[in-house]
Design a protein around this ligand. Structure first.
Ligand code: ADP
Length: 542
């Protein structure tokens, strides 16, 4: 016997229609590429998304055709999120920080037909368009009078001219909820980029889950600043969850420096912000010397790479902002776990609570996880046995776009490439990426632990730990360190700083001072590049 409830496919168009009908007056504020602040409401997003859909129909785009973006976080990008996917096409957000060769490769692989870009990225488009034969239409996200003459880019139209004449009514099509809605290529830190192809169903389920109190806890009472880019796994799904909850959205546009972010948070009374640790480092770096305070910010989600304890401490103790440590990946839409404490954990000492907050957190319903050993057998949740982390669920990839890389699953589970421990309370902690783990004398050393201790030193701005070949121990850790401007610390001082903070055999054998640690396109440390930089390095202990 089947249930007798209405059957409605989960669709991205239903999110924007809901936003229009039920919180159409909710505000969307964007700092524009043009430099000014733009404000409008959810009802305007809905109206203009319908114009986008009509404009795409006008280009005779077929169902599932790909529409790419090279754009910052802003209202026009938001309209594309709903107009492209809602009308049955696939939104392909490209990371503009990638090398032009990679961008051309990705656009060709995705067979993009349209490319919508912020004018900031015109030089990039000029560099790649000749190598992107599938792209038939270029749309610059600007007013008609801002369209550059003689750009050399073929079939170039301004976004406002493109959608301006279109009808503001549109009948969103109904189709299978498993249809593709958007795609995102992995940042390629582990090889050739592969695309995760999200569906309407996976996106809507993820949007519900992300808004839950023990996840991102988003509501109509929040003003949310996604600093995490809309080209980085759909800004962690925030645009969709925002349409569902009716929170105010505040977009930073291209101004990602500490000063601009701080000013936006204060001016727009932001209560909630989300981003990777490097962004928050810039924000705190701007605030501390000037003695600035937050007047409205309550919570911040930090993820994408391990959040240093010093940062969690600083936000909580100095600024009264709760840090929610999150873990996920492109292949997981991206949310997997979030660290919110259970009631019984709140009775623990502040030190014990802090230990928990450092972990990547508990699974969200919709993601199951397990850790396995080299033989594939599941390992215990004892908080100390590390294993390869596997996940499964309705917003986890089953296969990459075009079957790239073959079947990624093992017995129905997706191997994340991360190494983790899980404790008896279900809190998961990433200790490494499997390729970064350091094996010393048959034991594993967590590079994240070593980095966290280094960045807790007042003179250290950034630290990356890598393993170096050692004749006796197989590998030994060293730590590459970037000093804070004007700060001084010696190798010996830093090595002494590890005393009492970790087991003796885990203390790095050496400290190498560098001007900068290479970062990837999503702001993560590129250890492959760092290893190249230190190719001729010799361990003093070897
Ligand atoms: P890529 O895998 O290409 O770097 P992703 O953005 O999908 O691109 O990155 C996912 C990876 O980032 C995870 O597998 C994990 O290694 C790392 N990561 C994400 N969040 C965290 C976190 N909170 N702590 C530690 N590592 C994290």
């Amino acid at each position: 016997m089947l249930g007798l409830m209405q059957s409605q496919p989960l669709s991205i168009s239903s999110l924007i229609e809901f936003a229009d009908r039920h919180h159409g007056d909710g505000e969307i504020v964007s700092r524009r590429v043009e430099g000014d602040i733009h404000r409008y409401q959810w009802s305007d997003v809905a109206r203009r998304s319908r114009q986008v859909a009509n404009a795409l129909d006008g280009l005779a785009l077929q169902f599932s055709d790909r529409v790419a973006t090279l754009a910052w976080n802003g209202y026009r990008h938001l309209e594309l999120y709903f107009g492209v996917s809602g009308s049955g096409r696939v939104l392909h957000t490209i990371n503009p920080r990638l090398h032009p060769d990679q961008i051309a490769w990705i656009a060709n692989h995705a067979e993009d037909q349209v490319l919508c870009f912020d004018l900031t990225f015109l030089p990039l488009v000029q560099a790649v368009h000749a190598r992107c034969p599938t792209i038939k239409h270029y749309i610059a996200l600007c007013d008609a009078d801002k369209l550059p003459a003689d750009s050399g880019v073929p079939h170039l139209t301004s976004y406002e001219a493109w959608i301006g004449g279109q009808s503001t009514s549109y009948e969103w099509p109904s189709f299978d909820e498993n249809s593709a809605s958007s795609m995102c290529y992995t940042s390629g830190t582990t090889g050739n980029p592969k695309a995760a192809l999200y569906s309407h169903r996976s996106t809507v389920l993820h949007a519900y889950a992300a808004a839950l109190p023990d996840v991102m806890c988003l509501s109509a009472r929040d003003a949310v600043l996604p600093v995490v880019p809309m080209f980085h796994v759909n800004a962690w799904g925030i645009p969709y969850s925002a349409a569902l909850t009716g929170c105010k959205l505040v977009f930073p546009g291209p101004a990602m420096d500490g000063k601009s972010i701080y000013e936006l948070i204060e001016a727009e009374k932001v209560t909630y912000a989300a981003g990777v640790p490097t962004v928050w480092q810039m924000l705190l770096g701007h605030m501390k010397p000037a003695g600035l305070r937050f007047s409205t910010l309550k919570r911040t989600v930090i993820g994408g790479s391990a959040c240093p304890p010093a940062m969690i401490d600083s936000f909580r103790e100095e600024y009264g902002v709760e840090v929610l440590h999150a873990w996920g990946m492109t292949e997981m839409s991206p949310l997997g776990t979030l660290c919110t404490l259970k009631n019984k954990d709140l009775a623990k000492s502040p030190e014990e609570q802090m230990k928990l907050r450092l972990k990547q957190g508990r699974a969200i319903f919709g993601v199951d996880m397990k850790i396995v050993g080299e033989d594939g057998a599941e390992l215990p949740w004892d908080g100390k046995t590390p294993g390869d982390l596997y996940v499964k669920g309705p917003w986890v990839v089953r296969e990459y776009f075009k079957g790239e890389g073959g079947d990624p699953l093992v017995g129905g589970w997706f191997p994340t490439g991360d190494v983790a421990v899980i404790d008896s309370g279900g809190y998961m902690q990433i200790t490494d990426r499997s390729k970064d783990v350091i094996k010393s004398g048959g034991e594993w050393i967590s590079s994240i632990d070593i980095e966290n201790i280094a960045v807790a030193h007042p003179a250290v701005a950034m630290a990356a730990c890598i393993g170096m070949k050692h004749p006796k121990w197989d590998e030994r850790p060293i730590v590459a360190v970037v000093k804070k401007p004007g700060a001084e610390v010696t190798r010996e001082e830093l090595i002494r700083f590890y005393e009492g903070k970790t087991a003796k055999w885990q203390v790095p054998d050496d400290v190498v001072f560098v001007d900068a640690i290479p970062l990837g396109a999503t702001g993560k440390m590129l250890k492959t590049r760092l290893r190249d930089m230190l190719r001729d390095y010799k361990l003093p202990t070897a």
